[in-house]
Design a protein around this ligand. Structure first.
Ligand SMILES: NC(=O)c1ccc[n+]([C@@H]2O[C@H](COP(=O)([O-])OP(=O)(O)OC[C@H]3O[C@@H](n4cnc5c(N)ncnc54)[C@H](O)[C@@H]3O)[C@@H](O)[C@H]2O)c1
Length: 278
């Protein structure tokens, strides 16, 4: 018996990284999975994004656990992409119980030099894309009188970080969004929460632009050389946490035992949030 037997879970940005981990961990607990991902490059993003092969690999890993898995290529910046992902869940599995709004991108630029396109791509993906995913899922959840929605915010949604002001604005914005929607659907047996991770060991942070930020003064720093910079953000002496640490928080917030937790932001921050005033 798994704690999500018979449940249908949609993971946005599920081709790799944290999203793939969520798909696998919910499948281990008995859920059927829809993974949706843009699976192509956005020009202003300074690291390689997921591919179709990544998306197929997630499906393979879920199916190896004897759970059903459907992949959808969908861009959550678009209303049609968000609708297609939700329709896949309802058409294939008849319902949608859990929505994990996990997709996201980051790019780096001081505001004084930030182009419209760099700003627009991050806001469209990390804020508007969250709205579109949640809006697409709500009619089905309202009809079922059941739903669990968890949005991946960030510790960048709890503090200000130079050169990612657009990302901070989007991630702070998702927390306000989550709180408002939580109130709108509180009488429909639907909970809406956010998770705020510290740095997580995925492709999003392991690239030269991010490394330059974390190890100023070192030319082309290596993974080893950025460890002190990453670690200085956390109270617990680790540079980054693992995708499974976020999957565990997702499962906690999606579980029946969390039915009265809604409108919250749960920090999985290795103590980074202990430095914040609130
Ligand atoms: N890695 C970190 O340190 C960290 C820390 C805090 C929060 N986050 C957040 O965690 C989430 C997952 O990121 P990750 O660390 O797994 O990085 P990742 O780059 O491995 O995964 C992000 C996924 O989102 C997909 N995606 C991007 N834009 C999309 C769009 N418009 N439509 C559909 N899919 C899209 C990408 O293709 C990719 O598969 C993101 O929301 C990110 O902002 C990451």
């Amino acid at each position: 018996m798994g704690q999500f037997d018979g449940k249908v879970v949609l993971v946005t940005g599920g081709a790799r990284g944290q999203g793939r981990s969520h798909a696998i961990e919910f499948a281990k607990e008995g859920a059927d999975i829809v993974v949706a991902d843009i699976a192509r490059q956005v020009e202003t993003v300074p690291y390689a994004m997921a591919t179709d092969d990544d998306l197929r690999e997630t499906v393979k890993l879920v199916e190896a656990l004897d759970q059903r898995c459907v992949a959808v290529t969908a861009d959550f910046r678009d209303t049609d992409g968000a609708s297609a992902a939700v329709s896949a869940a309802v058409d294939q599995f008849g319902r949608l119980d859990v929505l994990l709004v996990n997709h996201g991108v980051v790019s780096l630029s001081p505001v004084v030099d930030m182009s419209d396109q760099v700003w627009d791509d991050v806001i469209a993906t990390d804020l508007t894309g969250v709205f579109k995913a949640v809006r697409a899922a709500l009619p089905q959840m309202i009809e079922q009188n059941y739903g669990r929605i968890v949005v991946t915010s960030s510790m960048a949604g709890r503090t200000g970080l130079p050169t990612i002001a657009h990302y901070c604005a989007a991630k702070w914005g998702t927390i306000g969004f989550v709180k408002a929607v939580a109130r709108e659907v509180a009488d429909r047996n639907i909970t809406v929460n956010a998770v705020c991770p510290t740095n997580v060991d995925t492709d999003m942070i392991h690239h030269p632009e991010f490394y330059a930020l974390l190890a100023p003064g070192i030319d082309n720093p290596t993974r080893e050389q950025v460890i002190p910079g990453f670690q200085s953000l956390n109270a617990v002496p680790v540079p980054w946490i693992e995708p499974i640490d976020i999957s565990n928080a997702m499962m906690f917030l999606a579980a029946e035992s969390s039915r009265y937790i809604t409108g919250e932001a749960l920090h999985v921050s290795a103590g980074w949030n202990a430095f914040n005033a609130a």
